[in-house]
Design a protein around this ligand. Structure first.
Ligand SMILES: CC(C)(COP(=O)(O)OP(=O)(O)OC[C@H]1O[C@@H](n2cnc3c(N)ncnc32)[C@H](O)[C@@H]1OP(=O)(O)O)[C@@H](O)C(=O)NCCC(=O)NCCS
Length: 409
């Protein structure tokens, strides 16, 4: 790695940057992908690692706003486009990029969030597993809703997504204000969400929207596509896959699932991005046949402990001294007195004796209120010095609903 240098990208280098990322992911960007990336990437927040004239590593930051515990809308660094050329792997290029990126972003954001291509990669840089997603693959048998489920309250209309863009955005914005982990979407990100080039459809038809209205107002939507099919005996064997489903109320949520699971000629349904506490497994009659699976989703890094912990709110009053272990960021590695409640918080350096010793990965894991400090302690990342402190602090960090967003970056 001694010959490799790292520098921020220039505005005219986005295509070079994207092609380099793509090589690391065994993928070739198409013109439509490049166009989208030019819209979304912030050149001054990209990093290129170079060996001579060759780009051998990349990383970038999206400047995003995420809803934090207490429903506080907070700037975060959305980490993306991390890759190292196959010729230069396991020589420390990623390590150099991550260190530089943490230094850069610490000047702007207190928290960084990413999705990992592989969960083994980012723990070493202080990221902790903060949210999970549930994927579902159900046959018709597994997706039949409970017969006594109430039907009233919402109507569903089908549309092309672009024709109902305002309805989708209105629903999303309200959901974003109400759910920890959602991050704000502007027009550019909506373009990304609805990006549907024919060559990426894998035999599915163009994306469709189903919008649920309650009392004349859009209260939920699903984005989905269908693949019509019949088997050799001419039995209908179509599939649908749901790209995203967001609902603001129980009637809207139920109506959308009723619509999706009752489509004629469809035999199976796939959705990969439900919140792990989405009620779908409780809506269906044969929950085991739903075949739901929960995996890691957002990884969170507390970059500036004092600012990060005083920005979010806490479910119940707490007053605790945390001894934070963060070898990578010496400013964080010390004792902090954290006091807070549902209305506000403060987090200051202290010389008092610690109640809990907390690895910075655990702090990131618990930050959004999903992963509990209790389970992180059982995983060896938190040590309790003051009996009783762990349960108390763990429940203060915890959110009633799982933090979630239906899309990464
Ligand atoms: C993941 C990737 C960026 C790692 O880059 P790299 O330059 O090889 O990483 P480094 O040499 O800095 O490795 C740092 C440490 O992480 C380990 N590591 C890195 N990637 C790993 C992986 N995919 N699996 C297991 N261990 C990995 C290394 O072994 C090394 O461990 P050590 O410190 O104990 O020696 C690179 O393999 C890559 O581009 N993969 C394909 C694209 C991708 O998955 N990008 C991540 C997107 S989220």
């Amino acid at each position: 790695v001694s010959d490799v240098t790292i520098r921020p990208g220039q505005p005219d280098e986005i295509d070079l940057f994207v092609r380099s990322v793509a090589r690391a992911f065994n993928w070739m960007p198409k013109p439509a992908d490049l166009e989208l990336d030019r819209l979304l990437l912030e050149p001054e927040r990209t990093l290129l690692a170079e060996d001579g004239a060759d780009v051998v590593g990349t990383a970038a930051i999206f400047s995003l706003t995420m809803t934090m515990p207490g429903l506080v809308s907070t700037p975060i660094a959305g980490i993306t486009a991390v890759g190292v050329a196959p010729t230069h792997r396991r020589q420390g290029v990623l390590t150099a990029l991550m260190h530089r990126q943490l230094d850069d972003l610490a000047e702007r954001e207190a928290v960084a969030v990413l999705l990992a291509s592989e969960p083994v990669i980012y723990g070493r840089f202080g990221y902790g597993l903060a949210t999970r997603r549930m994927s579902v693959h159900a046959s018709r048998r597994g997706s039949t809703l409970r017969p006594e489920l109430p039907t009233g309250g919402a109507t569903v209309r089908q549309a092309e997504p672009d024709a109902v863009g305002q309805d989708l955005a209105a629903v999303y914005d309200r959901a974003c204000a109400d759910r920890v982990g959602f991050w704000a979407r502007d027009d550019r990100w909506w373009r990304h969400r609805l990006h549907d080039p024919p060559e990426d459809r894998d035999g599915y038809q163009p994306l469709l929207a189903a919008v649920a209205d309650v009392a004349g107002e859009p209260a939920g939507y699903a984005l989905y596509s269908a693949k019509p099919n019949w088997d050799d005996d001419a039995v209908p064997a179509g599939s649908i896959r749901v790209r995203e489903l967001v609902a603001l109320s129980v009637p809207a949520h139920t109506a959308l699932w009723r619509y999706l699971t009752a489509l004629d000629l469809i035999e199976d349904i796939t959705v990969w991005n439900l919140a792990p506490d989405d009620p779908l497994p409780l809506l269906v009659a044969n929950t085991r046949q739903l075949r739901a699976r929960v995996t890691d989703y957002f990884w969170t890094r507390v970059v500036r402990v004092g600012d990060a912990l005083s920005t979010r709110r806490y479910a119940r009053p707490l007053d605790v001294v945390l001894d934070v272990v963060d070898p990578l960021r010496p400013d964080n590695q010390r004792c902090w007195r954290l006091s807070g409640d549902p209305t506000g918080a403060s987090c200051q350096p202290t010389t008092a004796t610690a109640d809990l010793e907390v690895d910075v990965r655990a702090l990131g894991g618990a930050y959004l209120g999903g992963t509990t400090l209790l389970s992180l302690a059982e995983a060896g990342m938190v040590v309790e010095n003051t009996p009783g402190a762990l349960v108390e602090v763990s429940s203060a960090f915890r959110e009633p609903r799982e933090p979630f967003a239906p899309m990464g970056f």
